[in-house]
Design a protein around this ligand. Structure first.
Ligand code: ZN
Length: 340
C-alpha cells in the first residue's frame, strides 16, 4: 500500500510503498479516505528538536483521518466492518495510576499514532479497538477527518467555566478558530481573538469572534475599552505557542483569571511571574483530549449546530503533499485536507 513516510532521521517525507499493517487480535484495520495535516506533522517533516527526540524512523505519519473498518482482530466483537470511523490518537497504557483512575488523558506512558507508531497518512492504518471512534451519522466526512483537533479545542475551551465571561484566545490557527465558535456557543460574553495573519483573523470573525485583532496594530487595551471591559479577561486560551502572545495574555487577565495553555511554547519563554502570583492567576496545561468524554462533547456540540467547516481552507491529493505542507507553513491556510 502507499503511505506518507518519514524514512530516516532527517527533514522530508516520501510517498512510498510499504507493507500493509498487521492487525493484532485487539486491533482494527481502517481503510483511510480523508486526512488532515496537523502542526505536529509539519514538525515531523521539518525534523525539529522535538521530532528528533520523539519519532522513530521509518514511520508512517498522520493522526487526523477518517475511513471505514476493513477488518477486525479476533477479539474485537463490538465494531462492525464497514463502519465509518476515526481514532483517538493517544494509546494509553491502562495500568498507570491515572489510567486506572479514569484519567487516561494524563497517562504517563502514552504512545501517539503517527508519532511513535505508524499513522493514518496511508491507505490502511491499524489501531487498537479501544481507540476507535465510530463517527455518528450527523457528522460529515470533512468534519470527521478533523475530530482530533476539534477535540483539542473542545477540551481546552471547556476546561474553565466561561458562561458570561470575557475570553481571550491567542492564536487563530485551526484549534483557536474552533475554540472561538465553541466559546461563543458555550455562553461566553466577549470572545477576543489575536493573530498576526489577516486571513486567519477574517476566519476568526467568521467563527464568531467579538473582535479579531492583530495587536501589533491595535493593542488589546484599546479593544477591551471598545467592548466596555473595565477589568480584564476572565478566561484565556493560549493557542499560538508564541511567547509575546502569552505575555499579552498574562498582562490583560483580570485578577483571578484562568488560563489554559495548548500552544507549545519554546524553551525559555519568559512571562511576568509577578502578575501570575499577585493577580492570583491559574495556569492549566492542556494535552490531547479527555478519553472519551471530549469525543462525546464534540459530537453533541456538532449535533446542536456547531459548524467548524470554515476552518477547512484547502484540499490536496496526497500526491501533492509537498505543496500542501508548504501552503500550511507559509500561507493563510487553516486546515488542509488530503485525499487519496
Ligand atoms: Zn497510563
Amino acid at each position: 500500500m502507499r503511505a506518507l513516510v518519514k524514512p530516516s532521521p532527517a527533514p522530508g517525507l516520501v510517498l512510498t510503498e510499504v507493507p500493509e499493517p498487521e492487525v493484532g487480535p485487539d486491533e482494527v484495520l481502517i481503510r483511510v479516505q480523508r486526512m488532515a495535516i496537523c502542526g505536529t506533522d509539519l514538525h515531523i517533516d521539518d525534523w525539529n528538536e522535538w521530532a528528533a527526540a520523539t519519532v522513530p524512523t521509518p514511520l508512517t505519519i498522520g493522526h487526523e483521518y477518517v475511513g471505514t473498518v476493513e477488518r477486525v482482530g479476533d477479539q474485537v466483537h463490538d465494531i462492525e466492518i464497514g463502519s465509518r470511523v476515526t481514532a483517538e490518537g493517544h494509546i494509553t497504557c491502562g495500568t498507570c495510576r491515572n489510567c486506572r483512575a479514569g484519567r487516561r488523558h494524563l497517562c504517563r506512558n502514552t504512545v501517539g499514532i503517527g508519532v511513535q507508531r505508524n499513522g493514518g497518512f496511508a491507505e490502511y492504518v491499524a489501531v487498537p479497538a479501544f481507540n476507535v471512534y465510530v463517527v455518528p451519522d450527523h457528522i460529515d466526512d470533512d468534519t470527521a477527518a478533523i475530530l482530533d483537533p476539534l477535540g483539542n479545542a473542545v477540551h481546552t475551551t471547556l476546561t474553565f467555566d466561561l458562561v458570561g465571561e470575557d475570553v481571550l484566545i491567542t492564536g487563530a490557527g485551526p484549534i483557536g478558530l474552533m475554540a472561538t465558535a465553541i466559546a461563543q456557543r458555550a455562553g461566553a460574553r466577549h470572545v477576543v481573538v489575536t493573530d498576526i495573519s489577516a486571513g486567519r483573523l477574517r476566519l476568526a470573525e467568521q467563527m464568531g469572534a467579538s473582535r479579531a485583532v492583530d495587536t501589533r496594530a491595535t493593542p488589546l487595551t484599546v479593544v477591551m475599552s471598545d467592548l466596555g471591559m473595565t477589568e480584564g479577561f476572565d478566561v484565556g486560551l493560549e493557542m499560538s505557542g508564541a511567547p509575546t502572545a502569552l505575555r499579552e495574555m498574562i498582562a490583560t487577565m483580570n485578577h483571578g483569571g484562568r488560563v489554559a495553555l495548548l500552544g507549545i511554547l519554546p524553551d525559555g519563554a519568559g512571562i511576568d511571574w509577578e502578575k501570575v502570583i499577585f493577580h492570583g492567576l491559574t495556569l492549566q496545561g492542556i494535552y490531547g483530549r479527555k478519553l472519551f468524554e471530549t469525543w462525546y462533547k464534540a459530537a453533541a456540540l456538532l449535533e446542536e449546530g456547531l459548524d467548524v467547516s470554515p476552518v477547512i481552507t484547502d484540499r490536496y491529493p496526497i500526491t501533492e503533499h509537498e505543496a500542501a505542507f508548504d501552503a500550511l507553513r507559509h500561507g493563510d491556510a487553516a486546515k488542509i485536507l488530503l485525499t487519496w
